[in-house]
Design a protein around this ligand. Structure first.
Ligand code: FES
Length: 281
């Protein structure tokens, strides 16, 4: 059993749980995920680690209670116990020590960028964190993000906080004014990652994408995280979640993501069932 140490309401429909899981905390690396089962015999859902602390023996992950499984998880409070958490799973984020990185995050992906930025800093990398949200109400944990980077920038679609506009445009403007990065690491919606990937290509910067924010069952069975890498089928949950963006077929990924619409309305619920229905195999 895994005791809940903290339950933070970060915003409407957004919770962060911090759970006692010493073995997982010890083994965890930035970019990895765990699989949580909130109900005995219930569905297992992959949740990206948004933090882990080996000294405290704790891990953290986000929960958006928008469907039955995550709404069930939402009923857990401090000191309640979750029956099953396994992991960590997925390959750790590839980090090249001493380089300068722009870490780009959008939406839920933005909220998953903290352990990546922290791990980069631990490897003596210079880190600029550029996060994009719809509006000010979604900007949370800013202090934590600032603590993990050299420069923090926030973009909102409506300009209600930080810079107005898309984070990919903001990145491009910075590069056009002479700011230089050795690497770009991005995680967020596919369309955002496609634009950022173009920016990276135009400026000759190796760009790594994380498929973490769009994983579903984490088992390699639902096909929801499938992508074409140099024309070859791979699964984010098994082969990734990080890939060289220049090798990714974003058009195929966006085409397939049309099949996610039902899923996006019911994230983490009956994921396999919805995807089997939605994706022609
Ligand atoms: S999340 Fe990778 S196959 Fe289902």
């Amino acid at each position: 059993m895994f005791r809940i140490l903290k339950r933070d309401l970060l915003g409407p429909h957004l919770l962060q749980y911090t759970v006692e899981a010493p073995e997982i905390a010890k083994a965890a690396r930035a970019g990895q995920y765990v699989i949580v089962r909130a109900e005995k015999g219930g569905e297992r859902i992959p949740l990206v680690l948004t933090d882990f602390d080996p000294a405290a023996g704790s891990i953290s992950f986000l929960c958006r209670p928008l469907g039955p499984v995550t709404q069930y998880l939402e009923r857990f409070f401090e000191n309640d116990e979750l029956p099953e958490i396994s992991g960590p799973f997925g390959n750790p984020a590839p980090i090249e020590a001493g380089l300068s990185y722009a870490v780009i995050g959008g939406g839920m992906g933005a909220l998953m960028s903290y352990p990546i930025a922290r791990a980069l800093r631990e490897q003596n990398c210079a880190v600029d964190l550029l996060l994009g949200f719809h509006n000010k109400s979604q900007v949370v944990l800013e202090e934590q993000f600032r603590s993990a980077c050299d420069h923090f920038f926030c973009c909102t679609d409506d300009g209600s906080y930080g810079q107005k506009g898309m984070v990919s445009r903001f990145l491009e403007n910075r590069l056009d004014t002479g700011v230089r990065y050795d690497r770009i690491y991005m995680l967020g919606p596919i369309v955002m990652m496609k634009f950022v990937s173009h920016v990276g290509k135009r400026h000759g910067i190796k760009t790594i994408m994380s498929m973490n924010p769009i994983m579903m069952d984490g088992t390699g069975m639902c096909g929801g995280c499938e992508l074409l890498l140099n024309g070859k089928k791979v699964f984010a949950c098994q082969d990734g979640p990080d890939f060289d963006a220049s090798q990714v077929d974003f058009d195929a990924l966006l085409r397939d993501s049309a099949g996610y619409r039902d899923y996006e309305r019911h994230p983490h619920d009956d994921a396999c069932h919805l995807l089997r229905k939605a994706l022609p195999r």
